[in-house]
Design a protein around this ligand. Sequence first.
Ligand SMILES: NC(=O)c1ccc[n+]([C@@H]2O[C@H](COP(=O)([O-])OP(=O)(O)OC[C@H]3O[C@@H](n4cnc5c(N)ncnc54)[C@H](O)[C@@H]3O)[C@@H](O)[C@H]2O)c1
Length: 522
Amino acid sequence: MSLALAPFANEPVLELRRATERAKLAVGLGELVLPVRVPVWIGSDRRAGEQLVSTDPGRPERVVALAARAAPADADAAVAAARAAFPSWAATPVEDRAAALLRAAAWMRERRAALAALAVRECAKPWPEADADVCEAIDFLEFYARGALELATGAPLLQVPGERNELQYAPRGVCAVIAPWNFPIAIPTGMTAAALAVGNTVVLKPAEQAPGCGLRVVEALRAGGVPAAAISLLPGEGDVGAALAGHRDVATIAFTGSGPVGLELLRTAADVAPGARQLTRVVAEMGGKNCVIVDSDADLDEAVPAIVESAFGYAGQKCSAAARVLVHEALHDTLVERLAGAVQGLEVGPADAFATDVPPLIEQAAQTRVLRYAAIAAEQGQLALAGAHDVRADGWYVAPVIATHLPADSRVLREEIFGPLLTVEAVRVVDEACDRVDELAVALTGGLFSRNPRTVRRVIARSPVGNLYVNRATTGAMVGRQPFGGNRLSGTGTKAGGHDYLRHFVEPRVVTENTVRHGLVV
Ligand SMILES: NC(=O)c1ccc[n+]([C@@H]2O[C@H](COP(=O)([O-])OP(=O)(O)OC[C@H]3O[C@@H](n4cnc5c(N)ncnc54)[C@H](O)[C@@H]3O)[C@@H](O)[C@H]2O)c1
């Protein structure tokens, strides 16, 4: 089968200022049947259960999904199924694999409102972000389908008379995909689609907070034509992820999540399991402590809304969210005052309200963690916004916090908080801000506001981060436009949604053939 595809283009997000678009989403929410029942789904074997419960972070008594909890023994069964399915999926023509991904994208497109509604309920994603999550999932499917077709052409090699050289990329085998909850549809879809596109088989372990969204990813791929045994679903907690990662027949671990778990997976993979016939490769995308530098010539009308969006959108629960602002001392007080004013106007509320800017956090433990950091910030420095928001008590809400005057060694300035807490520090010159960024072991995203092209070039040259944004928000990377991923301890240097990403899921094989005639074999 040959596939003639239009060049990749991002799925357009809904224009939610239009009442008709908002109405479509409201219908999707109205039609959502809860709880979603999520099985352990290994090949065509479905085991129902209710041991794993996901709830609405804005109304925790509302059960969103009831899932069977996979045990480590299920990891063995799922890997065995994936291993058995591997030769045939790997041998499936790349055009057919790509076509299955494109049909999965069409399946999601048709159910766009229902999928966004589920992300609103299960992970408290406000509507614009929930819709963008579905669009990003569709983008990953479309982008990696095209990428696999391209990669299948191999790579050109030098040819000389008398020999033929050929390089082809072969799939590695079984891939364990271990996903976080904060992009509950896009991230599991992206990692899974990449692995499948180039011929690997997959066992998906979605985040325990988002099994319902994980189920929809697997349904989309199977509806698209990916064979059941090539994509299994293991709803469960960290123990199942660990069992998958340590399995000797897992060739690749694709992980997105926190630094400590990512490092543990790297250690597990380094310890070659007895009987293993392959080194386990780890694709790990982890957390950061994202800094935005604001120079004295910055346009604050541009910087303030962009920083507020970066720090407080989805309550600061994006890996790309701005956590620290490093501002020229001449602008410090003005910037803090303007940020505080802007943040005061943010609406803290339930994710399903279209006016909401800052939704509740994912779970109670997250609320406790962020409040603990806010207390440390209040003790060590000053809070610019104390008491500005009266938050509801019926969900895991935390009011936005802006903290200033913290000591350089404060934990609040160094650790990933993953919530609506932004710190602001004064620096004498931009290079001092670059020094502070450079001191960090993590390097995911960063931002710069400056009108001086020389400053922009200098900061670009000194910036270690995976994604640097100049004079704009630090969030909202788009597939194909901003390949995304961190450096240093923020990741293995992977760029999701970029042209190199698929190479993590293949191994190159070179064949050299002597083409000099040796005479006839009779
Ligand atoms: N770099 C990126 O692209 C990116 C994107 C999204 C999120 N993140 C990061 O993810 C984190 C938030 O997500 P989270 O709270 O779901 O992260 P997490 O590390 O707690 O969990 C991620 C996944 O790992 C599983 N897991 C937990 N312990 C495990 C273990 N010992 N072995 C194997 N698997 C295990 C979880 O069950 C979940 O499925 C933040 O640190 C954020 O910065 C990074």
